[in-house]
Design a protein. Structure first.
Length: 292
């Protein structure tokens, strides 16, 4: 009787575990389907004729075409799409360089240097996160207009080199605070100043935080629509986000096929940038900077 009841309990527990596992996998597949649906729709829409994109309920086309991608080679309004991608790449890489350099310098000052008013300045910096972007939009535009910098890339890049992204400063500062103070003391005994400590010791050890900031900065700059829309006036200086807007003409007619095809192509640089650097997000997390 004891062996029989134990065997029944084992089978019952095994059946419940199997049922729970099946339910968990079905739920995961359902969530995956919801997440991947927009991606599949974009891929299918890029292979459909323009008149089938809006009215058709079919997710994938029965007769795929590549005409939408061929038309991209002709450009938009006599402007090659390579121009839009080059402009976006320039702004994105310039933003990454500015954020990594300026925010890491500000983070080092807050994390490793004791100076009067550090707490107040840090509180003010964190307080800027509470300011909505639209509150500063008009004063900034008036300032850059007075300086005759509208229709240039300077308004879109200048703030990146002045450590105005408080979130990335905070992220790097928290990472630097976890580094052993003994590293700084040993460097000072060798005659190193703050600049040498920052460049040769702290910066290499903060690579995960720097790469994380670079990835998010690249994505934000690549997808930015409001900034280029306000400050850029000439189509030759437009970014990819503004290039997509040009698929809708003044009469309200839209080339949905070309717009979706270019949207899909515009995802590739972001995806490649993430895949190239995503391994650095976790690389070195367990490293304390001290060996042997």
């Amino acid at each position: 009787m004891t062996l029989t009841s134990t065997s029944r309990r084992t089978r019952t527990g095994s059946g419940r575990a199997r049922t729970g596992s099946i339910a968990w996998h079905l739920g995961a597949l359902a969530v995956l389907a919801v997440v991947l649906y927009p991606v599949v729709w974009v891929i299918g829409g890029s292979l459909k004729p323009n008149d089938e994109i809006v009215g058709s309920l079919r997710l994938l086309p029965t007769d795929p075409i590549l005409e939408n991608y061929r038309r991209l080679a002709d450009g938009i309004a006599d402007i090659p799409i390579s121009t839009f991608f080059s402009n976006s790449l320039l702004l994105s890489l310039g933003s990454v360089a500015g954020v990594v350099l300026s925010c890491s310098l500000a983070a080092y000052a807050f994390a490793r240097i004791g100076f009067a008013g550090r707490g107040i300045l840090f509180s003010v910096m964190i307080g800027t996160l509470l300011l909505p972007y639209h509150v500063l939009l008009i004063p900034q535009y008036v300032l850059f207009q007075k300086l005759e910098l509208v229709n240039t890339y300077t308004p879109l890049l200048l703030g990146k080199y002045l450590a105005t992204d408080a979130f990335f400063v905070f992220l790097m500062m928290q990472f630097m605070r976890n580094l052993p103070k003994e590293l700084d003391e040993a460097a000072r005994l060798d005659g190193c100043g703050h600049l040498r400590i920052y460049w040769s010791i702290v910066l290499p050890l903060c690579r995960p935080a720097l790469i994380t900031s670079a990835i998010f900065t690249f994505i934000n700059a690549w997808n930015d629509f409001m900034g280029p829309l306000i400050y850029l006036n000439e189509p030759e200086k437009y970014t990819v986000s503004l290039g997509l807007k040009m698929f809708v003409d003044q009469d309200g007619l839209a080339n949905y096929g070309g717009m979706i095809a270019m949207s899909l192509v515009a995802l590739l640089p972001v995806l490649l940038f993430f895949l190239a650097f995503q391994r650095y997000l976790i690389d070195g997390m367990a490293t304390s900077g001290l060996k042997g």
